[in-house]
Design a protein around this ligand. Structure first.
Ligand code: NAI
Length: 473
């Protein structure tokens, strides 16, 4: 039987389910089609489980350093199955929460794989959704006025490689490791690679990162990636940059061995396991795009600034459209798309206002242009930088590595970017995000009084430092 809807969302991840809630609040009769679990990658194979493991790694590291705080914690050891249990219970709690939100919003959830059909007896335009149900029952037909594609992305592997879950893993398999290896090779020094390097080193695993480019975290400000590199080396992580990994040389038996060209010589790298974190590919296959006039370029769906595809009633958001592959970006795009289809006249997203975070130890967070990007775009730049070493609360915390850096336009005083490395900066970056949205100048950031003693004082001081007016440095 065919069911009619105002909106059918393909994919119940952070982008899709948030969009569905907004749609239901706007009075749209809404359904979600999800082939796995509501909450998607972020909740089940990304942000949440990885941060739960990172938190255990942090507690383990800090417990080993307890003596510094005058606390005696002898014979510290790790119970990794319990670490995994804790992670799973956090995921399960949040999963139930999302299921509850769907019920509350009267959003129908179809557990199955959805495909977009072309014009048919059901509708003269493309967009009818055929759902192959997980329970094996007959396909459901959904006839929506609007469709939102929010099918996300999957980890990429190198040519010829397969994730066997034992020797070769992507972040999907790594999250479910039952025990920690003694050593690991991480291919790719981007966000996932560095978060895992930091976590596993804190757990006591011998980590080697092989990065293709001359630097890790290539999208970050130069001072940020240099500081993170320094901190990773301090933890004992071996970072090899400009490493051209040769996938065909991979050998897996009683461990992993792979060759890479580094500085014109070929080196062999060995470890117990390997994690491949070389980016994520948009999930565009098998969802029926060939039945529509939707354009796909470089593997991602093309949309306008309100996320409409070439079929104006079919929208797409999140990782499947590329750009910033971040959960908070996907949900904001989802809200914008739904408000647009409901004639609410939303503002298009300004991606220079989007904060991004790296949950390594120390953390990194940023919003807006890096100093290098600002210069490339022709800005005459002035910067202010303030170290956590001069921040009382950082000393109290015992975490003084890192800094806040503010990039501003010398001519207009406009705030161009804010970059941070250090304790809790992923929580502190929101102030910088708000400052960007409100178009604040560094002077205005400093005018907002930062309470003492807090880590956020580093933001006020960095803002003052833009014009040389910092107090404690
Ligand atoms: P990424 O694009 O951040 O980094 C991939 C890295 O692998 C790059 O540095 C690239 O130069 C390197 N690389 C590519 N091919 C290589 C090769 N053959 N050999 C060696 N190195 C190679 O991708 P990543 O880390 O896999 O993350 C995927 C997406 O997920 C990103 O968009 C990221 O922003 C997002 N994500 C965000 C998180 C957060 O917000 N904290 C956490 C985890 C992922």
């Amino acid at each position: 039987m065919a069911e009619e809807y105002d909106l059918v969302v393909l994919g119940g991840g952070t982008g899709g389910y948030v969009a569905a809630i907004r749609a239901s609040k706007l009075g749209l009769k809404t359904a979600i089609v999800e082939s796995r679990e509501l909450g998607g990658t972020c909740l089940h194979r990304g942000c949440i489980p990885s941060k739960a493991l990172l938190r255990s790694a942090e507690v383990y590291r800090q417990t080993k350093e307890a003596d510094t705080y005058g606390v005696v914690a002898e014979n510290t050891s790790l119970n990794f199955p319990k670490v995994q249990e804790r992670k799973q219970s956090i995921v399960d709690t949040l999963h139930k929460g999302v299921q509850g939100l769907m019920k509350k919003g009267k959003i129908d959830v179809y557990e199955g794989f959805g495909r977009i059909l072309g014009p048919s007896i059901f509708s003269p335009t493309a967009g009818t959704i055929s759902v192959e149900m997980n329970n094996g029952e007959e396909n459901e037909m959904l006839i929506p006025k609007n469709v939102l594609i929010a099918t996300g992305s999957s980890p990429k592997l190198l040519p010829g490689m397969e994730a066997d879950g034992t020797f070769v893993m992507t972040s999907d398999e790594a999250l479910n490791m039952e025990e920690l290896p003694e050593s690991i090779l991480i291919i790719g020094g981007g966000v996932i690679g560095i978060e895992w390097a930091s976590m596993l080193a804190d757990f006591g695993v011998k980590v080697t990162v092989l990065e293709y480019l001359p630097q890790i975290l290539p999208t970050e400000d130069e001072e940020v990636f240099k500081e993170i590199l320094k901190q990773m080396k301090k933890k004992g992580v071996q970072v090899v940059t400009s490493a051209k990994v040769l996938p065909e040389s991979l050998q897996t038996s009683e461990g992993v061995s792979i060759e890479a060209e580094v500085n014109e010589s070929t080196e062999t790298f060995k470890a117990e396991r390997m994690l491949v974190s070389v980016g994520r590919a948009a999930n565009v296959k098998n969802i029926g795009l060939e039945n529509t006039s939707i354009e796909v370029d470089k593997g991602v769906i093309q949309t306008n600034k309100f996320y409409q595809t070439k079929e104006s009633h079919i929208y797409a958001i999140g990782d499947v459209i590329g750009g910033m592959q971040l959960a908070h970006v996907a949900s904001h795009e989802g809200i914008t798309a739904v408000e647009h289809m409901a004639d609410q006249h939303p503002h298009p997203i300004n991606y220079e206002h989007v904060p991004s975070c790296i949950y390594s130890n120390p953390e990194a967070a940023s919003v807006g242009l890096t100093e290098q990007q600002a210069k490339e775009q022709g800005f005459e730049v002035k910067t202010g930088k303030f170290s956590f070493q001069a921040i009382g609360k950082a000393l109290v915390f015992g975490e003084t590595d890192g800094f806040v850096k503010i990039v501003a336009d010398k001519k207009t005083d406009d705030l161009l970017g804010v970059h941070m490395v250090g304790p809790h900066v992923t929580d502190m970056i929101s102030e910088a995000g708000l400052a960007k949205v409100l178009d604040a100048t560094p002077w205005e950031i400093a005018e907002s009084i930062h309470p003492h003693p807090t880590l956020a004082e580093a933001i006020g001081e960095a803002a003052m430092a833009v014009d040389g007016n910092q107090i404690h440095g």
